[in-house]
Design a binder for this molecule. Structure first.
Ligand SMILES: *Cc1c(COP(=O)(O)O)cnc(C)c1O
Length: 426
């Protein structure tokens, strides 16, 4: 017997009582489509669209003078966006810069902070991290003429989905120079305790950096208070900055006298940059880690998108996000057809990120069948389905429709009309 929770009326009630409900109308969504893939690519808001048009307008109108004229002068755009972004990170404004991509920022930060010496040579990461991070770590170890077999250590997962804190702590041995972890694991959505891990690393004389791709814009951070050494992220997932939008980095004030490993003229002190001197005078804060000319058109949407985050508040976003995933988990156990999915994300609020992660051997074609019914999930090979109901634009009715459609597909076995192979992008 289904309970009331499984009815559309119940979901509608939840929407009526949701203080963030109205924000969904600011996003472009296809009618009839339930988009639960905002942790891969967030949707376009009217605010982001308007900001992008404003930047195009300043190019039209001012040409080269757009660097200093117009509503959002390009020369200081990265800096002003960093001020907008800092509250989402719990960071001092001068510790954040909007620049680069996750991968390029990781390279920059390792080029700066990974300095193997006669005792500490290793980088510790985990086998569940997103491949690009691991490729970058492998390459950085090789740049120091070291063998990744011996100097890049990946913490193993006991269950294939999550990391045990004891295993992370055990890997922090006295030959480790740097630890790189995710704040939220990209598959299972497990939230790691950044404060605790940072403290443990520092007690052992190890530097620690975090990849925030799945936590920026979905949950609050306190990087300064937690004394994290450095962090990096993208802005096209929960921040809704658009495909390939500019990422960001955090460098703790303690290191602001360090020279960036990879220097470039946009890392200059802004007053000095156009002296065009042959020697580099770096910016005082995290701005020093910029390299070349900023990708202005890929910064533009963030101007509008970040406004929305400061208006709504990240605490409110996190609260609703947990309510949405709570409801999704309830519904998955309500419908008899969806009980066959293995829920592999952590259940507790403390450890649960912003998406639900399911495992099923037929996942690839179940995702295709969902798309055919206008539900957009995210397939992760070989057998994972991520569903991210996003607080700013998904409703409780969306969650209901998503799980009900999944139940229907399993009951009618419509997934059998598709092959169980992944597409090029999955
Ligand atoms: C999305 C994501 C990336 C993407 O890196 P890009 O350089 O932006 O392509 C990297 N790491 C993690 C953990 C991610 O979730």
């Amino acid at each position: 017997m289904l309970t009331d929770a499984a009815t559309r009326v119940y979901a509608e009630k939840l929407d009526e009582n949701d203080p963030l409900n109205a924000y969904a109308s600011l996003f472009y969504k296809e009618k009839q489509t339930v988009y639960v893939d905002g942790n891969s690519l967030g949707l376009l808001s009217t605010l982001a669209e308007e900001a992008t048009l404003a930047i195009l307008e300043s190019w039209k109108r001012y040409g080269i003078d757009g660097w200093t004229e117009g509503e959002h002068p390009w020369f200081t755009l990265s800096e002003s966006l960093a001020s907008q972004m800092a509250p989402l990170l719990g960071a001092h404004r001068d510790e954040v810069m909007v620049t680069g991509s996750t991968t390029s920022n990781l390279h920059q930060l390792l080029a700066t902070f990974y300095k193997p010496d006669s005792t500490r040579t290793k980088i510790v990461a985990d086998e569940l991290n997103f491949p690009t991070d691991l490729y970058a770590l492998d390459a950085q170890v090789r740049l120091h003429q070291l063998d990744p077999q011996d100097h890049l250590q990946l913490i193993k997962s006991r269950d294939g989905h999550t990391l045990a804190e004891e295993d992370i702590l055990a890997a922090m041995t006295d030959d480790v120079a740097v630890v790189i972890l995710s704040s939220v694991l990209y598959r299972s959505g497990q939230v790691l305790d950044m404060a605790r891990l940072t403290k443990a690393a520092h007690e052992r004389g190890i530097l620690i950096g975090f990849d925030l791709c799945h936590s920026i814009g979905s949950l609050p951070h306190s990087l300064s208070k937690d004394d994290v050494d450095f962090a990096f992220w993208c802005s096209y997932k929960h921040l809704n900055g658009g495909p390939g939008s500019v990422g960001g980095l955090f460098v703790n004030r303690r290191f602001h006298s360090e020279r960036p490993g990879l220097a470039g003229w946009f890392g200059s002190d802004k007053e000095k940059q156009f002296d065009l001197a042959t020697s580099f005078t770096k910016a005082a804060g995290a701005g020093a880690y910029q390299m070349g000319t900023p990708h202005v058109l890929s910064l533009a949407p963030l101007i509008g998108s970040l406004e929305l985050f400061s208006e709504v508040g990240i605490e409110n976003i996190r609260r609703k996000s947990l309510q949405l995933t709570d409801y999704m988990l309830t519904l998955l156990s309500e419908f008899p057809e969806t009980r066959q999915f293995k829920v592999m994300n952590p259940r507790s609020h403390r450890e649960r990120g912003a998406h639900v992660y399911l495992e099923h051997p037929e996942a690839a074609r179940i995702c295709k069948a969902l798309k055919a019914q206008h539900v957009i999930p995210d397939f992760r090979a070989p057998s994972g389905i991520r569903m991210a109901p996003v607080a700013l634009y998904n409703s409780f009715v969306d969650v209901w429709a998503c799980v009900r459609t999944l139940a229907w597909i399993m009951r009618e076995e419509t997934y059998k009309n598709f092959d169980n192979e992944r597409g090029v992008i999955a």
